[in-house]
Ligand binder design. Sequence first.
Ligand code: 13P
Ligand code: SF4
Length: 302
Amino acid sequence: MNELNTLERIAELKRRRNAVILAHNYQLPEVQDAADFVGDSLELSRKAAVLEAEVIVFCGVHFMAETAAVLSPSKTVLLPEAAAGCPMADMINARELRAWKERYAGLKVVCYVNTSAEVKAESDICCTSSNAVNVVNSLGVDEALFVPDKNLAAWVARETGKKLIAWDGYCHVHHKFTPGDILAAKALHPDAEVWVHPECPLDVIDLADKVLSTGKMVLEARATSRREVIVGTEKGILYRLGRENPAVKFFPGRDAALCVHMKMTTLAKVLRALETDTTRIVVPPEIADRARGAIQAMLQIP
Ligand code: 13P
Ligand code: SF4
């Protein structure tokens, strides 16, 4: 089937099934173009919470579809590629977090949205890269546990002045950014502003003009007066930034910054998901109810 036929068939099934397609900013161009809504983790969570559709096709990675399923238990949430996980989210499980909490009894737990539902169920509040500073400030404590991203934790601790005891997790895509990558990109594009994602190490963040979630990069790109920007995050975002802002040149901060899991979803798999309900993401109610508490606590924060 060619792309046009696939898109027509997707549109027909969406109508018939009252379905919407959500896609993360790192998804393949063909998937972003077919989506009803493209966004960062926070924007997609907020969208999943208010959608009236019966079926959500979640083009992203497993924890994102799980978050949608937790927020909308009566809806059918489909992940078109079952193997699309997030290696960082897999760096901590509920058993490990329970043991860690015993060691630091009395401290609140902030979990990054890049965690499984069972880890969220063990946490007090969730956060994304977009709202992590506000979430930690909202706790009203000087010290807290933060799982699993040690890089995000280090940046948020510095921004808030709070002590965050971090799990030893990281995103392999962002953790590989080095100061050398940014300096090399700046040497090639000396007039460019530098934006990096807070999953990058602090010594990379220190070279940036702005530290932004992918959603905030999209907003910043619409507002900027700069003509050149070096972008320190997964390269999939460059497609949307370039398409929406043809007058600005965007350059990758690191050429090899690719998340293979985010690239597993294709249009053909979106169509298959709508045709065959593959793969339906269901979170057991006893876990979903507790995880929902942590996610909804986050959604109250601006
Ligand atoms: P945001 O899109 O929320 O900035 O997150 C990036 C990411 O790595 C998601 O997996
Ligand atoms: Fe996970 Fe990093 Fe891929 Fe995002 S980019 S899904 S954090 S591995």
